[in-house]
Design a protein around this ligand. Structure first.
Ligand SMILES: *Cc1c(COP(=O)(O)O)cnc(C)c1O
Ligand code: SF4
Length: 350
């Protein structure tokens, strides 16, 4: 009851027509991310970290201020900070870590469309993201030459129509919510017009890093859609969901969207049973169910986040013992030529 009342109070506060200093529009926040290493280190009072860091050219530092606000000042091991900090360790090339670990290029029949799994296609709506996660498997992906321009839309429609086994469209990227509502809704309409499509899924990290992105225009559109709408959030740590984030996620819940989460298992960020339990419980408390726990894709520059499969499996057994089944995400790895995300073998003898 108390929660309900305070939620209503929040609602009133956030419905104020004028943007106060506590609420900046998502467009402004997206345009005003922190891209300068010195600025980030100064805000967090961590300037002494400088020598272990570098300034990447191709996949630069990028982090929304709202996400930085969830970090602990002065903590060099903050689990949110570690996800965005360009460490010099990225520069050493490690055997087995490559630019395109999923060999996605071969499942790419049309620019902007990936058809790897039988019943669903993945559309890379944009290459842009609000945040640059250092472990990202798409950090070397050539988006420029692989985005669906409006000219591609008829080809994508035709492709789906000639594959009647497809019933789900996944909008991904990049982050599909980093484009304007107008562009996004235009795309959604294309897929809603195809009778064979029953489900539209959005894979996004934006509600976690700039929660205001779940605005009224978008949520109202998704509510009235004839399709089932699934939003798969990407949250790696319980600290990523503060009160403010919780409020906007609850708005999405109320809009009738099925909310799931995927996490990447990351050394130093969430590789303990306590971190995983806290994450699952926090997600559940805000109406989100854990879906996948991905072991790291072996992308060049991310080796420092990886843990051995043996460690991942040991952790997973502990998670199974500590939580109800519905709070334990599926532990999977993506293998280039498999037609589904592969469950990690829990019974392998090391
Ligand atoms: C992950 C992924 C999907 C979705 O897989 P689900 O198991 O349905 O979540 C679809 N297509 C591609 C190319 C993917 O990488
Ligand atoms: S938000 Fe997702 S796609 Fe974008 S950088 Fe992070 S992991 Fe990669």
């Amino acid at each position: 009851m108390i929660n309900h009342l305070s939620a209503q109070k929040n609602l009133a506060k956030h419905r104020l027509p004028v943007h106060s200093h506590t609420e900046t529009s998502w467009q402004t926040q997206l345009a005003d991310t922190i891209n300068d290493l010195d600025e980030l280190l100064e805000i967090l009072q961590l300037t002494e970290l400088k020598p272990s860091l570098y300034v990447p050219k191709n996949f630069p530092l990028r982090v929304p201020r709202a996400f930085v606000n969830k970090m602990c000042m002065g903590d060099a091991n903050d689990p949110l900070l570690l996800q965005v900090l360009p460490q010099r360790a990225e520069l050493s090339s490690v055997t087995g870590y490559v630019a395109d670990p999923l060999a996605e290029n071969i499942h790419n029949p049309i620019q902007g469309l990936l058809h790897k799994y039988q019943s669903r296609v993945l559309i890379t709506v944009t290459g842009a993201c609000a945040i640059h996660c250092r472990y990202c498997f798409r950090q070397h992906f050539d988006y420029q030459s692989n985005l669906p321009s409006s000219q591609q839309i008829p080809a994508i429609k035709y492709y789906i129509e000639s594959h009647p086994e497809i019933n789900e469209v996944i909008l991904s990227g990049g982050d599909p919510l980093s484009v304007s509502n107008r562009r996004l809704i235009q795309q959604l309409q294309v897929f809603e017009d195809l009778a064979q499509i029953t489900t539209i899924r959005l894979h996004t990290r934006l509600p976690i890093v700039i929660p205001e992105r779940l605005d009224r225009v978008l949520l109202d559109y998704l509510t009235q859609s004839r399709c089932q709408i699934v939003m798969v959030l990407h949250c790696n740590h319980a600290n990523e969901i503060d009160k403010h984030t919780e409020y906007y996620i609850s708005q999405a819940k109320q809009a009738g969207i099925t909310l799931l989460n995927q996490t990447v298992l990351l050394q130093g960020v969430n590789d303990s049973v306590s971190a995983q339990v806290a994450l699952s419980q926090r997600l559940f408390a805000v109406g989100v169910l854990p879906y996948y726990l991905h072991v790291l894709d072996k992308v060049a520059g991310a080796a420092h986040f990886d843990l051995t499969e043996k460690k991942a499996v040991e952790l997973y057994w502990q998670m199974l013992a500590a939580m109800p089944g519905y709070l334990v995400p599926k532990l999977v790895r993506e293998e280039p030529h498999r037609l589904f995300k592969t469950p990690v073998n829990l019974y392998k003898v090391y």
